[in-house]
Design a protein around this ligand. Structure first.
Ligand code: ADP
Length: 495
């Protein structure tokens, strides 16, 4: 693995706020309990964070209800709401360095990645949804009969949102922006591993003029605070991103309580298909990015790399060489591509999958062990000769482990690519437009990236087929998750 330059980036960062944010104020949890958030580089404690639970969720939902029912948020003009979101975008952009440093500290992802890729996407999301705020409107409907019929697109109410640790700031933004743009109020629970960046960003949102009670941020654990949101009778809509197993739990909690509508963005085992006419060097680079980006901790990671037999040997050799060159190390250093995994649980799980790959007979091309001897670092690992029924080809590993499989023809690879309960995304590499069209239509996934991967603009909808989720987020499609449609019918006296 190439050594990165030894010049550390030194953003000035300290943890200013560790409390829950309810009704525009930082407050301790009702129980007074705290939990530590850890630095994945060392396992050391960064800060002790207020631990929210049922009582705190109940309070937060109460103030969010009030801010919804009695205003100000849904009663402000759409233009006023738009201006708040635009000012928030400006403030986040201005504080890119601090927010990126907090994110890196809490997650272990490379600082340069956060500052140059993730925060700009976050800022763009704020501006994109600010743009929608005053463009949401219903229809006049030509019904049969002497009636005038209009549809009102109204916000649903209090949105409960639960997010994971792999993209804490991005998931926070991706969830709150459409909800707020449509005029809803929010109670959001961050992941217990990564509470810091959402707290910081929420403070900026209030500085931008967000009224108290509109956005409430609860740090805490899933089975306590998370379950309290999912099952709350006064939460009108639930949006969840996380594992498929937990998605089933929250869907059940939502159904058993008040039948709140649920959007789910869950796991994946996305195919990355390299056809025999693809530009192999470009495909190697993109397949590497598709899997290793964010330490392999992406729900849409291209974790089944299918390569046509005619280019297979060349691809495997080049993929191995690329993984060997990957710069692993302290995510605060310049030039680092890969930091540590999020925590010891994920680290152990990944190493277990690597052992299973070896035991099941896949060829370990490179990597296969921890990197260094402290922190949760894993060597960039590449397996070739992977077979469809091996665990590493079926389960979501969520780590830097690339699995390369060989295929002979398009019909065969379509069937194998679709032979999974997941259906989040796919990559297709070919120069042939007909092959690209055939694959794009045949793959049962929510996103097909053709000759690219992980393109995540705010305007592009994202979501899963099958057990990868329900509903679409981002883009215009996301708005309907946060709107009710009311038909208003009035007799026409003199038609
Ligand atoms: P992971 O295994 O990657 O941590 P999870 O699906 O467990 O993924 O976590 C995603 C989010 O769901 C986190 O905020 C977590 O706290 C929350 N969560 C976990 N279990 C539950 C649960 N039983 N009810 C509600 N939320 C939960």
């Amino acid at each position: 693995t190439a050594a990165a330059t030894e010049v550390p980036i030194k953003p000035a960062v300290r943890v200013e706020h560790t409390q829950l944010l309810i009704d525009g104020k930082f407050v301790n949890s009702a129980s007074g309990k705290t939990f530590p958030t850890l630095d994945p580089r060392t396992g050391e404690v960064i800060a002790h964070i207020a631990e929210g639970d049922h009582e705190d969720v109940d309070r937060a939902v109460g103030v969010a209800r009030k801010a919804f029912d009695h205003g100000p948020w849904p009663k402000m003009t759409a233009y006023e709401r738009q201006k708040v979101l635009l000012r928030a975008a400006d403030l986040i952009e201005k504080h890119t360095d601090e927010i990126a440093a907090l994110e890196t500290w809490d997650t272990g992802k490379p600082y340069e990645q956060v500052a140059k890729i993730e925060v700009p996407i976050v800022v763009r999301l704020f501006r994109y949804y600010a743009g929608w705020a005053d463009k949401i409107h219903g229809l006049t409907v030509p019904a049969d009969g002497p009636y005038t019929v209009q549809t009102l697109h109204e916000p649903i109410g209090v949105a409960g949102q639960i997010i994971p640790w792999n993209f804490p700031l991005l998931m926070f933004t991706w969830k709150i922006c459409p909800a707020l743009a449509c005029g809803n109020t929010v109670v959001i629970k961050t992941a217990e591993q990564t509470p810091l960046s959402a707290i910081y960003a929420s403070k900026l949102l209030h500085e931008a003029g967000l009224p108290p009670g509109v956005l409430n941020v609860i740090s805490g654990f899933g089975p306590t605070a998370g379950a309290a949101i999912a099952s709350h009778m006064n939460v009108d809509k639930l949006a969840f991103t996380g594992s498929t197993d937990t998605g089933k739990i929250v869907l059940e909690l939502a159904a058993k309580s008040n039948l709140k509508p649920v959007t789910l963005e869950l796991g994946g085992k996305s195919p990355f298909i390299v056809c025999d006419d693809a530009d192999v060097d470009e495909a190697v680079e993109q397949a590497h990015f598709a899997l290793f980006f964010n330490q392999g901790q992406c729900c849409c990671a291209g974790s089944r790399t299918f390569v046509h037999e005619r280019v297979y040997d060349e691809f495997v050799e080049k993929a191995r060489a690329r993984a060997l060159k990957r710069a692993v190390g302290d995510p605060f250093k310049v030039g680092i591509e890969q930091g540590p995994q999020i925590d010891s649980e994920q680290f152990e799980k990944i190493l277990k999958y690597i052992r299973s790959g070896v035991e099941s007979g896949a060829t370990l091309e490179t990597g296969g062990d921890r990197f260094g001897n402290s922190g949760f670092y894993v060597q960039p690992t590449v397996f070739s000769n992977v077979k469809d029924d091996m665990l590493i080809a079926k389960d979501e590993i969520f780590g830097p482990v690339q699995s390369i499989l060989k295929f002979k023809n398009i019909d065969e690879v379509i069937e194998r690519a679709n032979n999974t309960h997941y259906g989040l995304a796919a990559g297709v590499f070919t120069k042939n437009i007909d092959t690209a069209n055939t694959l794009s239509r045949a793959l049962k996934v929510g996103t097909v990236w053709v000759n690219c991967f992980d393109v995540f603009d705010a305007a592009i909808p994202f979501g899963g087929y099958k057990m990868s989720g329900q509903g679409r987020e981002k883009g215009e499609y996301s708005l309907k998750n946060y709107l009710q449609v009311k038909a208003v019918v009035t007799p026409l006296k003199n038609p």
